[in-house]
Ligand binder design. Structure first.
Ligand code: FES
Ligand code: FES
Length: 168
């Protein structure tokens, strides 16, 4: 990860160059020092599967993985990202079973929260860290807010995609 900061006090034209690995591809992006990861993903790389909802780190719609860990891209400074970034587009294969389970469980309606839910769930499944009890799983997903579906269906979808379960 290489960064070349040319920011000076009072210099409104200051930019920062950040090298990011996103979904396995490296990009060198010049941006304002205060740019957040979500801006670069959506506006510069066209990865619009990661959603902007609250923009304040409160809803989880913008969840992506950085070095395998779920982070909120709307409040993560791009220049401070360390490690490979994975978005819902890059996780398309890994989440195929999970997406099918979400559809079968009715775990989305408008779908605006869904990519964040899927990315977070994929991280739990990958790490083998899906809590055995539903209360624990809901607690894990507490940062991913859904305004329309209800969490029972989301929990059910994740269970259906877990090891040893069959979808469809
Ligand atoms: S859009 Fe990032 S947490 Fe809501
Ligand atoms: S499906 Fe609409 S916000 Fe979750």
């Amino acid at each position: 990860m290489r960064r070349l900061s040319r920011r000076r006090a009072g210099d409104r034209t200051a930019t920062t160059d950040t090298e990011l690995e996103v979904n396995g591809t490296r990009h060198l992006l010049r941006h304002a020092p205060g740019a957040v990861l979500l801006e670069l993903l959506r506006d510069r790389l066209g990865l619009t599967g990661t959603k902007l909802a609250c923009g304040n780190g409160e809803c989880g719609a913008c969840t992506v993985l950085v070095d395998g860990t779920p982070v909120l891209a709307c409040i993560t400074l791009a220049a401070r990202v360390r490690g490979p970034v994975e978005t819902i587009e890059g996780l398309a294969g890994e989440t195929a079973r999970l997406r099918e389970a979400f559809a079968d469980a009715g775990a989305f309606q408008c779908g605006f929260c869904t990519s964040g839910q899927l990315v977070h769930a994929a991280a739990l499944l990958r790490a083998g860290e899906v809590p055995a009890d539903d209360h624990g799983l809901r607690h894990q997903l507490a940062g991913n807010i859904c305004r329309c579906t209800g969490y029972s269906a989301i929990v059910q979808g994740i269970r259906m995609a877990g090891p040893g379960e069959e979808c469809g």
